[in-house]
Design a protein around this ligand. Structure first.
Ligand code: SAM
Length: 280
């Protein structure tokens, strides 16, 4: 049966181009175009935007983004086997899909994009987390992106939106919530993917705030939070020792009891601490 875009169903695309899923590339494909259109709608109004899609695979989400009206999609895919399937999509949407073969961790996609830019991706867990941290920690703000709509393992999604005082609260929550609004907008069972992964997944939508919620240097905050949660069960005066000899005083100056554990400390207090640490 032909789809809304006149292209063949994704199961046929996978057969035609022999895209057997590779574990080494974290390939769990979405084959239901209603579902990929739904994910694309979570990315917001795409009509005026360039969309950076990382890991398009056979193109389910790509087709969703284009059908939902994205001005342009720039897709970065590491697996060369997927390129003919993506080329077929590009022909149906002339001038609106550019594909770059390469590793998203190395490709400089920005030079091919025109603002406003949104990012959408269903990526392997490790690549997704590393890219998310990069996208959240540029020195200057606002970043190149207006929003990020990203699929994660449910457990990682929970860590991004976690509140202080909970087990999942940590570096990801703090970096995400410091300069963005982060929400879980969809939950997906393993059966939504082919092959089905072992765990549940969720889509997280992050919108860049015009300015950080609290003043701090991104690099310093990142270092402080990484050290604090690296030894999350220790009191902060011990966990932060690697950052310098006078951390107890700096904690006090930031209004944080040195005996507190990282899990209990709010974003506002971590930013105050980062400002203290940045002082020479
Ligand atoms: N977006 C497709 C979908 O939803 O069906 C595919 C999702 S699959 C979970 C992840 C995709 O990311 C695969 O196509 C894989 O080849 C690609 N990929 C894995 N590592 C990558 C990397 N470092 N850079 C770019 N693409 C990558």
């Amino acid at each position: 049966m032909a789809q809304i875009d006149g292209l063949p169903p994704l199961s046929e695309v996978i057969r035609t181009y022999q895209l057997s899923a590779k574990k080494s590339l974290g390939q769990n494909f979405l084959l239901d175009l209603n579902l990929t259109a739904k994910i694309a709608r979570q990315a917001g109004d795409l009509a005026e935007c360039d969309v950076l899609e990382v890991g398009p695979g056979p193109g389910g989400l790509t087709r969703g983004l284009l059908a939902e009206g994205a001005r342009r999609v720039l897709a970065v895919e590491k697996d060369p086997r997927c390129l003919p399937a993506l080329e077929q999509i590009a022909q149906v949407y002339p001038g609106r899909l550019q594909v770059i073969e390469g590793d998203a961790l190395e490709v400089d996609a920005l030079q091919h994009l025109t603002p406003p830019i949104r990012v959408a991706a269903n990526l392997p867990y490790n690549v997704g987390t590393e890219l998310l941290v990069r996208w959240l920690t540029p020195k200057d703000w606002p970043p190149f992106w207006q929003s990020l709509t990203l699929m994660f393992q449910r457990e990682v999604a929970d860590r991004i939106v976690a509140a202080p005082g909970t087990k999942k609260y940590g570096r990801l929550a703090l970096l995400a919530q410091w300069r963005a609004d982060a929400r879980i907008v969809m939950e997906l069972p393993p059966e939504a993917f082919v092959p089905a992964p072992k765990v549940h997944s969720a889509v997280v939508h992050l919108t860049a705030l015009p300015a950080p919620r609290f003043d701090a240097d991104a690099h310093v905050l990142n270092r402080v939070v990484a050290a604090a949660f690296n030894q999350r069960r220790k009191m902060l005066r011990a966990a932060l020792k690697p950052l310098g000899p006078d951390m107890e005083d700096r904690l006090k100056a930031a209004g944080i009891p040195p005996t507190e554990r990282a899990e209990q400390v709010s974003l506002e207090a971590f930013c105050a601490l980062a400002r203290e640490v940045a002082k020479t």
